[in-house]
Write a protein that binds this ligand. Structure first.
Ligand SMILES: Nc1nc2c(ncn2[C@@H]2O[C@H](COP(=O)(O)OP(=O)(O)OP(=O)(O)O)[C@@H](O)[C@H]2O)c(=O)[nH]1
Ligand SMILES: [Mg+2]
Length: 449
């Protein structure tokens, strides 16, 4: 396999840049750079590095021989001064030595191939590098540490143990499975499928943290939706005007609210229109409202108590109702303009004035509270990708087939379901190896009895 190298730090001017080399030629490359002898493993040393006779830099060198390295191969790290020129000169020197520039993700790919991490850990690493908020970073680092993979691996081991028992009986077709054994078996399978179901029943918390919580601001034209978006983003992103029907496209902004990743979408005011562009805008607004994790349904205080019917119709249990422009009816008793909202929504409308900047703290804390309720970190590891969910559901279906005692009349069929469940879970971590079934069989069952 080729020896690869890449700049591990971001491109651009920086105090330090790190070039990482992985492969059997890593040690030789260090010597060719003019380093007198390979440093002791995992000890930082400062050394001059040369391209031919030309001094490139005085750098910090780390040597991590196989197998105790990130990739499992010989790895060298060169921490040099981070100018474009220095990095380019070193890269060119390594290229001339016959080293190969790494493909995206190639170090991690090699780590996976060499069993240094499983697929969920590699995903966790990718998510950690992409993390933009605290909640995302926390979730990713836990996954990278193997929490999710270990959970799945423990489930797969249980299935493999069960399979080993069943397979033993396949070798003796004349013997029926004893009913007591079947009962015990079903009990264990039910426990396991219960754990998997509970894990799947998570409101997609982990997936939402990974991709961001989607909020759509919806309501009639001119109620102040774009003004709210600009206020939340603290930037002048959307056009605000007194002309109803200003916003047409969906305008999105990504925010960090209380450490949670949130994508807020401003949408076209919903109303009947003859204008083709506005009609399309309204269609997009409705679609976005449907697809989002939460809607902020905005109403106009000046209309109290006869609020826009269309907007009231959008309110459901995933809505936050906001009455804006409360400055327009200043003598109104507080609360007298509160709209009748469906009981299912279970929350009181929040009265604000974006013009006078009132009620906004309350609005922010209401949004934060919802985020905390929906996305609060749990002690248990979370599903973070649809891939995990699909494979777990597949495994669950096979396990649930085994809750029916009739299936045990055909031992092969029971075994087939177990095997399929183990394979599905094994695909999540990327460790599918049926050899293990055989190992388990001989370990836990006395065949010669
Ligand atoms: N009096 C008052 N006016 C406001 C308030 N908030 C926004 N406005 C004004 O209301 C008008 C409409 O605001 P926008 O934010 O463009 O409303 P919108 O809901 O995005 O409207 P469309 O894009 O047409 O759907 C603008 O003139 C704003 O300055 C408020 O709290 N009080
Ligand atoms: Mg607007």
């Amino acid at each position: 396999m080729s020896t690869i190298f890449a700049e591990s730090t971001a491109r651009g001017k920086a105090g330090i840049a790190v070039i990482r080399i992985s492969g059997s030629g890593a040690g030789k490359a260090l010597l060719k750079l003019g380093i007198k002898k390979i440093p002791q493993p995992r000890r930082a040393v400062v050394a001059k590095i040369y391209g031919g006779s030309e001094l490139i830099d005085s750098a910090l060198i780390l040597w991590m021989p196989a197998p105790h390295s990130f990739t499992g191969e010989d790895v060298a790290e060169i921490h040099l001064h981070g100018s474009r020129a220095t990095v380019n000169i070193l890269s060119k020197t390594l290229l001339d030595m016959g080293l190969t520039p790494a493909e995206p993700g190639e170090f991690t790919r090699r780590a996976l191939m060499n069993g240094k991490m499983d697929l969920t850990e590699a995903e966790g690493l990718a998510d950690l590098i992409d993390a933009e908020t605290r909640a995302q970073a926390k979730q990713a680092v836990r996954q990278m540490q193997g929490e999710l993979g270990n959970l799945y691996e423990s489930w797969r081991e249980k299935i493999i143990q069960a399979l080993a028992h069943i397979e033993a009986y396949i070798d003796f077709p004349d013997e029926d499975l004893p009913p007591a054994l079947i009962q015990d078996f079903i009990k264990k399978i039910k426990e396991l499928s219960g754990s998997i179901s509970a894990h799947l029943d998570d409101n997609k918390r982990g997936e939402i943290i990974r991709r961001g919580f989607h909020v759509a601001i919806v309501g009639a034209p001119n109620v102040g939706k774009s003004t709210l978006l600009n206020w939340l983003a603290r930037r002048d992103i959307a056009i605000v005007s007194a002309i109803p029907g200003t916003t047409r496209d969906v305008i999105e902004v990504n925010l960090d609210l209380a450490g949670f990743p949130v994508t807020i979408a401003d949408t076209a005011g919903i109303r009947e229109s003859k204008d083709a562009i506005e009609i399309e805008g309204v269609r997009r607004a409705r679609l976005r409202a449907e697809e989002s994790d939460m809607k902020i349904v905005m109403l106009d205080a000046a209309e109290a108590p006869d609020f826009n019917k269309e907007s009231l119709g959008l309110i459901d249990e995933n809505s936050l109702v906001v009455v804006n422009k409360c400055d327009l009816s200043p003598r109104r008793k507080p609360g007298s303009g509160k709209p009748q909202i469906p009981a299912s929504a279970g929350m009181t409308p929040i009265e604000i004035s974006l013009k006078n900047q009132t009620g906004l703290d309350e609005l922010l804390s209401a949004i934060t509270k919802i985020l905390e309720q929906r996305l609060a970190p749990s002690d248990a590891p979370q599903i973070t990708r649809e891939r995990h969910r699909a494979l777990l559901s597949e495994a669950l279906t096979h396990l649930q087939n085994l809750e029916n005692p009739a299936i045990f009349k055909t031992t092969e069929l029971a075994a087939e379901n177990l095997r399929a469940a183990a394979t599905a879970i094994g695909k999540i971590t990327g460790r599918i190896d049926l050899e293990e079934v055989l190992d388990e069989l001989f370990k836990s069952f006395c065949i010669g009895k």
